[in-house]
Design a protein around this ligand. Structure first.
Ligand code: NAP
Length: 368
């Protein structure tokens, strides 16, 4: 009989209110589950922490006592599924726990389906970032929705974060002039010096709106919206005729009292606040839901983005925390802008650590 402990962070109140506090999560310990026929038991290696998880908690999509939702990279510890064996590395959705089951009868929220990961192609954590949902989000928004043309001016908010860093680099590959908006000088330096953006501005500066106007002398052709609020206010008057916006996220609003049922009301308010300018300038606003792009574009994305990553055209930075016990703190930190790069928590040993070191030694573009 299995006697391995399985620590689990569970939802302590639903729906959650405001911004996360300690009272929103509770840590408990169970016994690691045994797989039934057509199921795998997997050990969580990396857990992805993403803003949408807070939106789900705010919306009551997860109930009190549920294991907190989260995408993971895991290793199979026991397989009763043909084609999978112990040791295989997979992308799955274990949530905030040490061990989880995948397969028949196991239901989790996710439109990204479990898949095997080949550690020879890229570090396995990339399945949660640049080669996972975040990379696909940036690819879908900037590339597929906004169709950037060489020479256009592209502005990306939350530019050093998981989605933003990819969005800006894709626009650079397409020959655009890219301005990143971040929340610190260090992050601004990172996006210009390391990621190759043309300019970066700190949204916390008092004269931020004036700086943006100066940085965009020809106006803005594409805006990749991650945050809303005062950043969007500064962008609006600079939008060119026939500009395109990918409405990816509005993180500055995720603690609002009136978040309401999912994000709908926040999105409606955002659109309302811009509608006169959108009409005057014939701006196309594309609401982005990455789940709508998985079926038709995941293979194309993995092939194209995988090649850009392999060739060093796309670099990526991870903000790696250690230990499941620190997941709530890492989550709050990310939501308040304390992260620097894609937020991940390492839950257990990465068996590919040696290959990862080798990739770094070979000059791969994984940034420490
Ligand atoms: N549409 C979709 O399908 C989809 C999919 C994935 C993600 N998203 C959205 O994409 C956005 C970015 O997600 P991510 O996972 O890449 O997170 P992230 O950018 O790695 O982390 C969040 C960042 O948001 C910025 N931020 C937080 N509060 C802010 C505020 N009040 N004003 C301005 N910036 C603020 C902070 O950066 P600074 O320190 O630089 O301010 C923080 O580092 C989120 O809005 C998320 O909901 C949407």
């Amino acid at each position: 009989m299995n006697t391995i402990n399985n620590r689990q962070w569970k939802v302590a109140r639903s729906p959650a209110q405001g911004w996360p506090t300690d009272g929103d999560f509770i840590l408990s310990t169970d016994i690691a589950p045994e797989p039934a026929r057509n199921q795998l038991c997997t050990r969580t290696i990396y857990l992805s922490l993403d803003p949408y998880q807070w939106v789900r908690l705010r919306a009551g999509a997860e109930k009190k006592g549920d294991i907190c939702h989260g995408r993971t990279v895991s290793q199979v510890t026991k397989s009763l599924v043909d084609g999978y064996q112990e040791g295989d590395l997979i992308f799955n959705t274990n949530g905030w726990q040490d061990y989880g089951l995948v397969g028949d009868g196991i239901s989790v929220f996710d439109y990204m389906l479990p898949r095997k990961i080949d550690p020879a192609l890229a570090p396995i954590s990339t399945a949660l970032g640049v080669l996972g949902m975040l990379g696909l989000t940036a690819y879908s928004g900037v590339y597929l929705q906004c169709q950037p043309q060489a020479g256009e001016t592209v502005v990306v908010s939350a530019a050093s974060g998981g989605v933003g860093q990819n969005a800006g680099q894709i626009a650079k590959i397409k020959g655009c002039r890219v301005i990143g908006i971040t929340g610190s000088t260090e992050k601004c330096n990172f996006v210009t010096e390391t990621l190759g953006f043309d300019a970066a501005l700190n949204h916390r500066d008092e004269d931020f709106a004036d700086q943006l106007r100066t940085a965009c002398p020809d106006g803005i052709d594409i805006y990749f919206e991650n945050v809303g609020g005062k950043v969007f206010e500064a962008v609006k008057p600079l939008l060119n005729r026939k500009a395109r916006i990918s409405l990816c996220g509005l993180i500055s609003q995720y603690g609002n009292d009136d978040l309401g049922a999912m994000l709908e009301s926040v999105h409606i308010q955002w659109k309302k606040s811009g509608e006169s300018i959108f009409a005057k300038q014939e701006v196309s606003v594309h609401s982005l839901a990455v789940g709508n792009f998985v079926k038709d574009y995941q293979d194309q994305f993995l092939s194209e983005m995988g090649a850009w990553v392999k060739d060093g055209l796309i670099k990526y930075k991870e903000d790696l925390w250690q230990g499941l016990e620190n997941a709530p703190e890492a989550f709050s930190t990310m939501l308040s802008g304390g992260n620097f790069g894609k937020t991940l928590v390492q839950i257990s040993e990465d068996p590919t650590a040696n290959e990862l070191l080798q990739l770094r030694r070979d000059g791969n573009n994984v940034l420490e």
